[in-house]
Ligand binder design. Structure first.
Ligand SMILES: Cc1cc2nc3c(=O)[nH]c(=O)nc-3n(C[C@H](O)[C@H](O)[C@H](O)COP(=O)(O)OP(=O)(O)OC[C@H]3O[C@@H](n4cnc5c(N)ncnc54)[C@H](O)[C@@H]3O)c2cc1C
Length: 390
């Protein structure tokens, strides 16, 4: 079997890795990636964090496998005995809820506990006792992760997945897919910007925020949008201990990063969130308007914060339910989608890559049933909702 993977970020690399790991010499894998530097790729512009605190069991299970690979990277990703450097820092997420959000936090907690996630609900008083720097009087409930959460170098992660895939025999070609040729409901070939044409039995759309554009090359309307998110790197003159990744009810998140902190904001319902805003112009005004007031409210010591720098990347948003699309496209069965992760794709890359590989090699998911994330949702418009979207 010959498989062409479109996009060589963390997701495309994980697909290639598991195709070779599970399929060996029986599968020929070529990854088409125009930019080996991954300069604009989300995998190199993320907040590089992993959590177990999701609202549905499938996402929890995908994160669990992501953590297994991260925490044992030398075993999973090592090549020729060289250590794999991902700078993984075990940490915890602290979700904060007001009275309005507390029922959702409780419901999520029940799902997580049913999956044996190490997570604890804390009252505001318990949270205040544990985290003296945190303002809690406007909160109703918090949820603190235990094992299985933390942060890592997302670009190194994507490169390690790619390096391992290559070591197993996957090939990389530096080119951009600019055309897709179909016959009936089958995809026959991809046209590249170097004039070449590559044929395959199956194609995987792993183009991240550009997945919608790749879909349109085959005449398919794929609702995955490139939505800019800015990460602010911060310095605080007031000494603080190492902070967990705090998710504020106002949609702002922050955590320790090295000697400083990083923070960001995701638009909520009713906020403008246009497609394809330029990445080289992070929205610095957003910090004053949206982020800093929330930070200063939640952590009084943050009153004196300074932005040291900022960068922007694209969330690959699937607006129906903010969950990935993984599986065969209903109108083109030999085009596999593996995109739309809506901001949690790095941590889910191993589970998604393994799922796509199983599906292609065996016609079904084997290790983890990912069918709830399948592309039937494109037709039914039935959401498979994730409540814990950041
Ligand atoms: C600010 C920010 C914070 C984030 N924080 C987290 C986090 O904490 N945890 C987490 O799990 N996730 C996080 N994410 C999401 C995560 O980064 C993405 O889900 C993940 O990186 C998606 O990987 P990908 O390989 O699909 O996309 P990408 O890394 O973007 O790779 C897609 C690749 O496709 C290539 N491509 C595009 N068009 C074509 C074409 N026509 N032909 C061939 N190739 C093409 C591109 O060059 C690119 O390299 C964050 C994202 C952002 C922006």
């Amino acid at each position: 079997m010959r498989v062409v993977v479109i996009g060589g970020g963390a997701i495309g690399s994980a697909v290639a890795l598991f195709l070779k790991r599970l399929g060996g010499a029986a599968v020929d894998v070529e990854v088409i990636e125009p930019d080996p530097s991954l300069r604009q790729a989300s995998s190199a512009r993320s907040a590089g964090s992993i959590r177990q605190q999701f609202s549905n069991a499938v996402n929890v299970q995908m994160s669990r496998f992501g953590h297994e690979v991260l925490a044992n990277a030398d075993d999973w990703l090592g090549v020729d005995g060289a250590p794999v450097r991902l700078d993984f820092v075990p940490g915890a997420y602290l979700f904060c809820a007001t009275a309005a959000g507390a029922p959702v936090l409780r419901a999520n907690h029940a799902v997580q506990r049913a999956q044996a996630v190490d997570v604890t609900l804390l009252t505001p008083a318990e949270a205040a006792e544990r985290f003296a720097w945190l303002r809690t009087d406007d909160l109703e409930l918090t949820s603190l992760g235990g094992a299985g959460e933390g942060w890592f170098d997302g670009e190194a992660w994507a490169r390690a997945l790619a390096h391992k895939a290559r070591s197993l025999g996957a090939r990389w070609r530096q080119a951009r897919v600019v055309a897709l040729t179909c016959q009936g409901d089958r995809l026959l070939a991809a046209g590249l910007d170097d004039g070449q044409r590559v044929e395959a039995d199956a194609f995987v759309n792993a183009a991240g925020p550009w997945a919608g554009a790749v879909g349109r090359l085959a005449g398919l309307d794929l609702p995955v949008h490139a939505r800019r998110r800015t990460v602010f790197a911060l310095r605080c003159p007031t000494p603080l201990p190492r902070l967990p990744l705090v998710v504020d009810p106002a949609g702002v998140w922050f955590r320790s990063e090295g000697l400083g902190f990083i923070a960001g904001w995701s638009p909520g319902e009713g906020d403008a969130d246009p497609d394809d805003l330029p990445l080289d112009a992070p929205d610095l005004a957003q910090f004053e308007r949206r982020v800093w007031p929330v930070l200063a409210n939640r952590v009084p010591a943050f009153e004196a914060l300074r932005v040291s720098h900022a960068w922007a990347g694209y969330y690959e948003v699937h607006p129906l339910d903010h969950n990935a699309l993984i599986g065969a496209h209903p109108d083109c069965p030999n085009l596999l989608l593996c995109n739309g992760f809506s901001g949690h794709g790095l941590q889910h890359a191993p589970a998604a890559g393994r799922g796509v590989a199983e599906w292609l090699l065996h016609g079904r998911f084997q290790s983890l049933d990912l069918s709830a994330l399948g592309c039937q949702r494109l037709r039914t418009q039935q959401p498979f909702t994730e409540q814990a979207v950041i």
